[in-house]
Structure formats: C-alpha cells, structure tokens
Design a binder for this molecule. Structure first.
Ligand code: AMP
Ligand code: MG
Length: 478
C-alpha cells in the first residue's frame, strides 16, 4: 500500500501489560467505504488520495493495517448507572498513536472491529446506524467548537450484525487525544498497586497536562485540572442543549473531550428533565443532571487516586473532598457567564441572574425550542405572547450596557448555534443510509459545518421535529 502519512509512535503500550491486550481487528468479508473525513485527514497530516476505493475500504476495516500500528484493546472499569463493573474495549481496538506534522498525538481507534478479551458476552461488532450517528454528532460537536473525539471514516463490513433485527455491520475510525477514562483509573485502583497507579498518573499528566509535570504534589493538581476541563465541557453541552445520555465513568475522558456517543441527542424544547435514552429509566443522565453527574464521576476519580493525593490518608480524604466540593461554585459561576454570553450581556448587572432564570422558566413552561428561542432573540423576532414581557426587559438590559448593537450581536452569534443535528434529521439520514443511500447524511454533514452562521443551506435543518416526534427515543449502539 502507498504511504498515506501515518506516523505511529505508541506510548500506551509501555504501561503495565494488565491494562491492555494485544489483539488484531477481525478481518471482514466485503469492506466498503461509506464516509471519509477529508478535513480531519488534512489536519492529521494524512493524505489518502493515492489509494483507490478498495484500498481505502481495506484500510478502514482493518483488513490491511497501516505500518507502525500495534493494535491493542484497553482495559478499564466503570461505574455504569452507579455500579462498578470491570469493562474494557469490548468492540474497539486502538491501532496506535499517530503524531501529526505539528507534533500532536492522537489515538487512532476502530470501533466495531471484532471480539477482544474484554468482549464479555458481546460480538465485538457495531451496526452502521450507531457508527454513522457517532460520526454525525462528533463532527457536529467539533464544528460547534466543543472538545470532542472525532471521526475519520465509516466503512461497512459486508457482514450482518444481529441485534433486535439484522443490521449492516460497520466500523468507525475514531480519533482521540487519548482513550484514558475515569474508568481507566478505577480499573488500576482495584489492583491496589501504588506503583502502577503512579505510572498511569504520570503518563496521563505527560499526555494531557504537561504544565504540571514538574510539580512536587501532582495528584491534587491533576484532579483540579481534569475537573476544570470537565466543567468547561459540560458548560458547552448545556450551552447547545447536548445530552450525552450515558455519562458512566467509563465514558468520561481524562482529556476533557466528549467521548462515546451512544444514545446522545440534542434537546429540542427546553426541559432540564429531558431524557432520550431508552435505558435511562430514572433520568440519571437527564439534561439538567449533567453537572451533578460530572461531579459524581470526578469524585470516583478522586477515590481512585486517593492514595496519591497525600501520603497521609486522612489528609488525602480532606484534599479530595475539598476539590470535589469546589465543583458546584465553579460550575455555577461559569454557567452564569455562559448564559450571559448567550444573551449578549457584556457588563455585569444586578438583575442578570433573575433575567436568566426567567427566560429558562418561560422556555420550560411553554416548551419553547432551546436553539430557536435564542436565534429569535438575536434576530429580534419574538413570536407569540410568551416572551413579550421578557423581550422588553432584555432590550432594556441590553440598552443599559451602552455597547454597540454589533458588539452585542457578535457575542450572541458566537455562543448561539443556529443549527444543530435535529433528531428527526439525524434519524431520516440514518434510515436512508441503512438502505445504502448516503445523500441525506452528506447533506446533513454539510449543513452542520458552520453552525453559527445563517445561510440558505440550513433552513431545512433548523425546524424542530413535528409534534409526533415528541416521544423520541435513542438506543445504545450495542
Ligand atoms: P458503551 O455503552 O459503548 O460505552 O459500552 C460499554 C461497554 O460494553 C464497553 O466495555 C464496550 O466495549 C462494551 N460493548 C458494547 N458493545 C459491545 C459489543 N457489541 N461487543 C462487545 N462489547 C461491547
Ligand atoms: Mg463506552
């Protein structure tokens, strides 16, 4: 195969062997490339133009492996809906770490490439629908300027995958700063081997938080930095109405990237209780619960690294608790600032908190669309009586700060997307893709490329789902 620019340098394999298993992707019958992310390839310094369709399909299903790859499945544990379980990559294989021309390190991972020692009862495979869904949502998140793993390609395998029905098998190629999860630390903590735990901490710091690598007391600083990134991430999710859907600790990345897009979806009408996932019966991962759950997950990270927070274990508990307790105040402060930006508030005014709450209450009570409400505000086109009173107060508040209208609108435009992957549009494109028609999905991906700018191509993608879609349900792609 001609070189495409893969430049592997695999560091994870230097960690303790019980944290991973060497395993090759299972060869597939009849590979076909469905999507290839040219923009991402370029950013990674990869050029696939010398490969023909068949070679591309072989590459993105693992039938041929790029030179320098050393495929592994990673072990991890995780609290799933509150219960600790030993997991690991049951249907994913990391090919290796690619170093870009500008020296950034990314995991290249296959999802759906066959059984591994961590597959438990599963078949290690993935169906086309969920892999395309991850592609759509992760790329949408990237374009929304939200930290996320990305999707380089989707290829079908030519094999059937048995779920409730027979589905087309597919493999997603995922790109991530790393796949170290809170659950990776939990997995190592269960072993109760301080040296291994230290080594994982060291490794994670070098890879994601090198700014603290020369400090004496690293563990508390690490916990604080992971927390900061998670807060920023959740704030971004809340800003655009994203519901992850399954925020188990194995689905929370130490890098602060959004990861593992299973039953995730964007909220349409504003309601903090919104849950789409068919398995989340209690609403544990509802839209409005996401900050609380992030804090809970970070507490599990604190538990896992407790022996490293301080040599004195009582002191370690104190240190951990203090950091975790600071979450709420930090989060609320950032949430307030984020909402102010959405509303175009540049100065600080005493009434801001009340105004923000008033708008949220009106949207919830009247089931107003989260995205389109802010869009209407930006366009100064308020339809209906519900928002009239608020609109007058908002106008007064905007006038009070004595700033150019342009400056206010610029701020709002940067923070309020005018298009998101609407559930009905995603479903429609997946349905057609399952019938091997990929036009809708490509149109959708195009419409989501520049989500902060109004233009004629997105009009069809801006409308909320028809009333019949209100009971929208999503499923884990397992
Ligand atoms: P997820 O819900 O995708 O985060 O997956 C949770 C756990 O189940 C992870 O350890 C996965 O690797 C594993 N898993 C999910 N689907 C499969 C499958 N089809 N075969 C084997 N393991 C799976
Ligand atoms: Mg997962």
């Amino acid at each position: 195969m001609r070189p495409v620019g893969f430049n592997f340098n695999n560091s994870y394999t230097s960690l303790t062997q019980f944290m991973m298993a060497k395993v090759l992707p299972t060869k597939v019958k009849d590979p076909k490339l469905v999507l290839l992310n040219h923009d991402l390839a370029k950013q990674l310094g990869l050029d696939f133009s010398s490969l023909n369709d068949s070679q591309l399909a072989q590459l993105f299903t693992g039938n041929t492996l790029p030179e320098g790859s050393e495929p592994i499945a990673q072990a991890y544990a995780g609290h799933q809906f509150g219960h600790l379980v030993i997991l690991g990559d049951g249907r994913a294989i990391v090919l290796g770490e690619h170093i870009t021309p500008d020296k950034k390190r990314y995991d290249i991972q296959f999802k759906g490439s066959g059984r591994t020692p961590y597959s438990r009862g599963g078949d290690g495979k993935a169906a086309l629908g969920p892999m395309l869904r991850e592609y759509i949502i992760s790329e949408a998140m990237y374009n929304l300027n939200i930290r996320t793993t990305r999707s380089l390609a989707v290829a079908t395998t030519g094999e059937n995958v048995m779920r409730d029905t027979v589905l087309l098998g597919a493999i997603l190629t995922r790109v991530a700063e790393s796949h170290i999860r809170v659950g990776t630390f939990e997995y190592v903590a269960i072993k109760k081997d301080l040296q291994i735990l230290k080594k994982l901490l060291q490794y994670s710091i070098e890879r994601h938080y090198p700014e603290i690598k020369d400090l004496d007391k690293q563990a508390p600083e690490f916990l604080k930095l992971v927390m900061e990134r998670q807060i920023d991430l959740i704030i971004d999710w809340m800003r655009v109405g994203f519901i992850h859907g399954v925020m188990n600790t194995d689905n929370m990345a130490i890098s602060g990237e959004s990861i593992d897009f299973g039953p995730c979806a964007f909220m349409d009408h504003y309601d903090p209780k919104t849950v789409f996932s068919s398995i989340d019966h209690q609403g544990r991962y509802a839209f409005g619960n996401q900050p609380t759950i992030a804090q809970w997950n970070l507490a599990r990270l604190a538990d896992a690294i407790l022996p490293l927070l301080d040599e004195d274990q009582n002191k370690a508990m104190e240190v951990g608790e203090e950091i975790i307790h600071s979450f709420k105040e930090k989060y609320e402060k950032k949430f307030h600032q984020m909402m102010k930006r959405k509303l175009g508030f540049i100065t600080d005014e005493a009434e801001d908190a009340v105004l923000i709450q008033e708008l949220l209450d009106i949207m919830e009570k009247n089931k107003l669309d989260y995205i389109n409400t802010f869009r209407d505000l930006m366009n100064e086109k308020i339809a209906g009586e519900n928002l009239k009173d608020f609109y007058n107060k908002w106008t007064q508040r905007i006038n009070k700060q004595n700033r150019e209208k342009r400056e206010v609108l610029d701020l709002m435009r940067k923070n309020n997307p005018v298009v998101i992957p609407r559930n009905h549009k995603v479903e429609q494109s997946l349905k057609e893709a399952n019938e091997k028609n990929f036009l809708s999905i490509n149109n959708l991906l195009n419409a989501l490329k520049d989500p902060y700018t109004e233009h004629s191509d997105i009009i069809l993608y801006q409308q909320a789902a028809p009333e019949s879609d209100k009971k929208y349900k999503t499923f884990c792609g397992t």
